[in-house]
Design a protein around this ligand. Sequence first.
Ligand code: PNS
Length: 160
Amino acid sequence: MAHAVYPGSFDPVTNGHIDIIHRAAHIFDTLTVSVLSNKAKSPLFSTDERVNMLKDVCQDLPNVKVDSFSGLLADYVKKNGYDVVIRGLRAITDFEYELQMAQTNRKMAPEADTVFLTTSLEYAYLSSTTVREVAAFGGDISLFVPDRIADQIYEKFRKG
Ligand code: PNS
């Protein structure tokens, strides 16, 4: 049995993340999608909101659960006995940071390997930052996130 974890900020989850979740869930026996709870990053959505959005989009995937973590990913991986860390790679610009992170994590948690899934071409341009920015100016984000998530993003900007 191979247990994978897909960590990230997911602020908010995008169609690009959902694509990676579906593909990783197909490959590994179990997949935990885990939200980094890091107040220093001052996210748009709270940890609970991000977890709930992920639970919503993962509800039809029986081998996927959603969790959150704080502190070092390597400690979280060791504590939960994950075999694999999943990360999506969009472009070469992601690579340097991702390589450094994977190698650092492997030093600290040698029992787990990082597996990169290359983002599907239709989502290669997409990031949570872009979605937040477009939504903040009232732009159309319907191609970037599921409708229910889009509603929550617009609502967040309406409330301020
Ligand atoms: O979605 P993101 O923001 O690209 O995800 C980055 C994340 C959460 C995977 C990364 O920042 C992380 O693992 N943070 C936890 C702290 C940590 O372990 N830092 C050292 C990584 S080398």
